[in-house]
Write a protein of this length. Sequence first.
Length: 447
Amino acid sequence: MTNTTPSNTTSADTLTDTDTDTDTAPSTVDRAAVNVEIVRRFVDDVINDGRRETVADVLHAGYRYHGPDGHVAQGPDAAWQIVDGFRSGFSDLHAEITSAIAQGDRVALTLVMTGTHDRDFMGIAPTGAAIVLPVAVISRLEDQRIIEEWEYYDSAALIGQLEAASPAGGTTLVLGASGKTGRRVLDRLRSAGVPARAGSRSSDTRFDWDDATTWAPALVGVEAVYIAYYPDLAFPGAADTVGDFADLAVASGVERLVLLSGRGEQGARLAEERVQESGAKWTIVRCAFFNQNFSETFADPIRHGVLAMPGGDTVEPFLDADDIADVAVAALTDHRHSGQLYELTGPRLLTLDQAATELGIAIGRDVSYRSMTVDEYAAELIGYGLPAEEAGPFAQLIGDVLDGRNAHLSDGVQRALGRPPRDFADWARDVAASGAWNLEATSDDSQ
């Protein structure tokens, strides 16, 4: 085992078994010292100086990172993204090594990271807070490169330092922040100056519905949560998962929960009940079929003149996701919406054939509707790349909500916002003008 002091010159004292051949001891010392210097170079050049070119010199091509809260990343580029994420939030980020111990192919470091929070970090606007973050790192080396690392620090404490310094108070966590409604909610909150944090599997604040260990860290310093469950509240087990999250949120100090729900879905009703029973101030936003399904999920076939899905002659009050986002933001920021269930629809009922006609008028090309069975639709979704375990339930969900059970209007938008919902034709005209259905466009199948 080799101890090194945090200086520019590496010193090494070897602790070996008493029967170690003295002829081999120098090589043990040399290897330990070299390994420590490789790790030290990563800290000094990459973390402190931001030299991306050093990454390839000190990290193995098969590099694997194990972070706090179970986060795992693969490859040197992933390591740089993690470092760059910190540096992007703290322009004066500095890591000071306080101890280094080497044994065999491993090096254990303790260090203290400091910096001024002068840029957005993990969805938190700059606070000017001076952070002090103790970190422990164990590195495994192979061929004089770091091939695996385990990093330990208290991510909740880091977020807590930033939240405590935020003059705007508690943060709003937006789940499903890359989805149709979530990204609109997030944009509106930030534009209004409300501290808002994106929570998803790919965001800085990692959140995964299938990994409950990611929930508590995402809730640190959070005052309100927009809950958009993926893939859908109608899926088996969704209500229990949302309910467990709602209970944890309340236990973590969250005061307000706004749930995105669906009309005519039994599973959604169960999730609504769990949120209502959580002890939080709640608002339910129960929605009709989104207009944006036509411009995002089903954009490509519509682009080529076909709208094919179950539904037949059923009528549906198609709803603009911008109306949903406006209602959700109002509920997240205004206590007067607490305890309200808003059922949101568009202003008129349309068959899918009529919707196809409206789309064709807006696009300037004919769009025809072709009715399909649920099984046919599931097969088509699989053909588009949706996993079979999701395609079947999703196709059944579409078939259920478009079977006539929702063929009526509601006044939720008017009650929540004091204005009528946006008409489908107006929405289609604006989306067509943006080029979403241009033949050269690439479809966006975000959920």
